[in-house]
Design a protein around this ligand. Sequence first.
Ligand code: EPZ
Length: 434
Amino acid sequence: MKSGLLEETAVNRGEDKMERFIIEGGTKLEGSLSVKGAKNSMLPIMAASVLNCGQEDIVLHNIPDILDMHVMMKILQSLGAKVNFKDNTLVINVKDVDSYSIADELMTEMRSSIFLMGPLLARLGKIRVTYPGGCSIGERPIDLHFKGLEAMGVKIREEKGHILASAPDLRGTEIHLDYPSVGATENLMMAAVLAKGKTVINNAAREPEIVDLQNFLNAMGAQVRGAGTETLRIMGVKELGKCKYRIIPDRIVAGTYLMAAAITGSRLSLKDIISSHLDAVVAKMREAGVLIEATEDSLEVINGELKAVETLRTLPYPSFPTDLQAPMMALLTLAKGTSIITESVFEARFKHAAELNRLNAKILVEGRNAVIEGVNKLKGADVEATDLRAGAALILAGLAAEGTTVITGIKYIDRGYEYIEKDLQKVGARITRI
Ligand code: EPZ
């Protein structure tokens, strides 16, 4: 996300763009936290609200107050929708949505704007957008989105850096994704629900957020089956209507908090989560010596002597998620022995390693592998967040480090964590936003 709108949105939230976190390390955490709705569920579901053909409101509950939500709000409003956010609830009315063109600065501010392709093609039969662009973790191509949409009869051409897509008659078809892309799966689901006939998506992503999107679309009257498995079957319907929906808790925020407890040797419990969404994460943390007790809707970190894990490979769900790779790397900097992390999903998602090394970690990055030599302690320093999960990793390291850690670039963190410092302060962390 470039500085532009990010700062404007941040300033809208009454925050200065050069904010920093100051962390006094060495304090144990204690108590319990609950986790808000999932950013990566909320974004496609907000885009899917455009598929409502009626006059009435869509109401979404458990919505986190994060920057990406405000940006998606602006995108929907720029298309003619009325969107209100209050007390973690969104009310969206799309009856006047008639624009199919998204302003460049909105598209490049947040890649997830690409989620509007499916819904706008289904609703208006066309869309004009610019390429969402890459970010600090990789080039982020959207070729799989295009391949699937073209198979459904969408005509896509490029003109002066803009994508012009039109769908004279969107029709169901059988698609095999070369890679189980989360975004491509979601975009194609949203195009298929109003297409003529049946769509089958093979090698679909299986993330819990795909299941959430299926449940939301079906609540609007769609006929989607198979989310959570590698084969999605969608029967196109004539129109979709209003619904009220509560999105699932954020498994990545939950995992981040579990690791905050583990790295500070604390006892912390998380409530109102879906613990099965974190099975791979809990298994890997237990392998690293962390004692964790699980019930269906809670997880409790007890404590434990951290030990290195020989191999940690990020892969699509239900394997270990790439979004928790950076926080896990922070945890492993204090684990006895040598850990190796392989980042299989994104080609450039190790920028946090250099920042962790500034905190006295010992990490060597070679291509898709990072070799982490456990150290006895981390020492506070000035560091910079390069993306939201890298920022979360630096917070975790700062909580465990001796002395003071100053983190800049915290707007990235606010993209995906709702006032993270308030949650951490609640359980005893000495972290302040200045
Ligand atoms: C979603 O991104 C998430 N974002 C990411 O979360 C998450 O890391 C990622 O899925 C993987 O789980 C949202 O849901 C808003 P992909 P997405 O398409 O959809 C390649 C966070 O920190 N690819 O599964 O972009 C791509 O380059 C963010 O919350 C293609 O080659 O992920 C990448 O290497 C970061 N062509 C891999 O697939 C395509 O057309 C995974 O991408 C699409 C993707």
